[in-house]
Design a protein around this ligand. Sequence first.
Ligand SMILES: CC(C)(COP(=O)(O)OP(=O)(O)OC[C@H]1O[C@@H](n2cnc3c(N)ncnc32)[C@H](O)[C@@H]1OP(=O)(O)O)[C@@H](O)C(=O)NCCC(=O)NCCS
Length: 258
Amino acid sequence: MVRMAFFGIGGYRIDDLAKYSTFEEVAYLILYGKLPNKKELDDFKALLASYRDLPSEVYSIVTTLGKVKAHPMLALEAGVAALGAFDDNPSDYSKEANLRRAIKLTSALPIMIAAHYRASRGLDLVQPRRDLSHAANFLYMMFGKEPDETSTKAIDLYLVLHIDHEVPASTFATLVAISTWTDLYSAIAAGIAALKGPLHGGANEAAMKQYLEIGKPENARPYVEKLLAEGKRLMGVGHRVYKAYDPRLGYTRNSLGS
Ligand SMILES: CC(C)(COP(=O)(O)OP(=O)(O)OC[C@H]1O[C@@H](n2cnc3c(N)ncnc32)[C@H](O)[C@@H]1OP(=O)(O)O)[C@@H](O)C(=O)NCCC(=O)NCCS
């Protein structure tokens, strides 16, 4: 009997990665196909941090959209596409160049989120810090003070758990776009556009609205019964890919199917 193993992310179970690894380590695993040693991790962290200064024009687009209260995902679509205009060598489609762009985008996204968040509330931008981890710098730029360890760990864990979702709509949209040989920034903007929809990533926001409407536990059953009777959807429930099992957990089975 041959036993076969199927592993979630680069050969590791997502729950192990969540327990033992940081966002930077798992990002490295996704990008390079292996977990980093100490030196590789230090170099990777330094590289990520070196991309924290966005062009002022990109800041300006994202903050303008914040000031007019545009949806944050719209600001990300625009910001990511705009970042493509500042690529040092846009005609270089090599793997190395795209890897560099992927790292640049990884750095840029939380910075854009923080810039949009603050502008939408009339707050000044907080300049990024290179000495903080990816998660800590995000919180620092959002709230203007160095975050505590628990909050940093929570965001780090959140990022690890969201780093890979196989091929849902947003990844599919990105793959379709990149298969036309468009640039990586445009393809990621296409993915963000698909993620924004309430049946996909936007379900987080839609679910929160429904939780707030429900208000307290005793309202939950009548709320859901009414919703279903009206043929509406309960947001945050259901998934197009994970119908029965989250494959990122990894599993083993034998070839005879027992
Ligand atoms: C994600 C989603 C689009 C998947 O849709 P799907 O692939 O058509 O789902 P299924 O095939 O499992 O649906 C089976 C049935 O359950 C219904 N259903 C699925 N999710 C539902 C939900 N959240 N609320 C109410 N009914 C739901 C479907 O309408 C379908 O009913 P039907 O057979 O009468 O047409 C759907 O579950 C949904 O809209 N969920 C709410 C949005 C959300 O949370 N998305 C997060 C995705 S990460």
